[in-house]
Design a protein around this ligand. Sequence first.
Ligand code: CP3
Length: 333
Amino acid sequence: MSPLEKVILDKSTNINPIWIMRQAGRYLPEFREIRKANPDFIKLCLNEKLSTEITLQPLMRFDLDAAIIFSDILMLPYGLSQKVEFKKGIGPILGDLNLKNISNLSEKDFVEKVNPVYKLINLVKNNEITKNKSTLGFVGAPWTLLVYMINQKSPKLGLKKNFFDDQNLIDKTLVIIEKFLKIHIKNQINSGAQIIQIFDSWAGLLENNDLYKYIYEPTSNLVEYIKSLNVPVICFPRGIKKYKNFCEAVKPSAICIDYEVDPKEIERTIKIPVQGGLDPKILLSDKENLKKETKKYLDIFKDHPYIFNLGHGILPKTKPSMMDYLVKLVKDY
Ligand code: CP3
């Protein structure tokens, strides 16, 4: 069993495996070099040779316990033939959502479009460097994907005023998202993904009354599906605040927490394995502060199955030397 599986399945508390969200990304000069030569982000994700190289870059430098595939949650709308572009300084921009087109799309059409993702997983899984480590696949949660597909840009730039107006569009799109997420997950697992993480980056946007319909119900369907394939699933409902209610409703194998929740309260109230929490901004401060904050999380979770990670993706401004120091702190704890 890999260290992550020991924590998630065996509930081990005597090890502290570590991986970092966005560990393959812009804080690494070797990533920026490849990225500069490949301005089309989706094309880069779909180049299995380069995306494998990028996935493995952080593992060549640091003693991490998992490889998360270099891909994107927006591969799903891309596979559904909705246009997806990344604009520098703005982020993702999506084309118009055409319900008729996505309703008529077949599994074969979808799989053909995103097939390099599965080849990439296979290459990562079979690389010597991931032996005894976990190969992580991932998807966006139905709610977060619905947000991008209907809003057509990051809600950071504002949510459309009429976002909830067309209930028919919302309901039908959610069903289609769920159907193709299952296909995408199944193919990732068949290609070698050993754990799946579900990113619900915009869970924090919803009012309490809407949580059941948009988050608990569709996400628990996916969790049940992944568990039925005998694969552990980690959920990251960023900003949800009520993590305990989420865990009770959705029943993931492990829960990833953001940096705004109190880790002590999480430790006290949540019984399943926990991942993450440290504020990525701490990595922009100094080593002494990083040591203090890292120790805080490790101390709080010392008798709880815990996977070290951040409370959101590593920031592009992070110095690789700080990442190196963090990994060593966790390993030497
Ligand atoms: O974690 C990893 O190392 C694996 C790779 C990964 C990426 N995206 C690569 C990427 C993962 C797990 C994601 C998930 C993802 N993508 C999420 C959920 C996590 C989160 O951040 O909340 C979301 C919301 C997206 C959609 C998306 N893709 C956004 C908002 C952006 C940022 C755009 C920007 O300009 O900052 C991306 C682009 C993206 N995905 C990058 C990477 C490394 C940056 C690409 C670049 O410009 O070089």
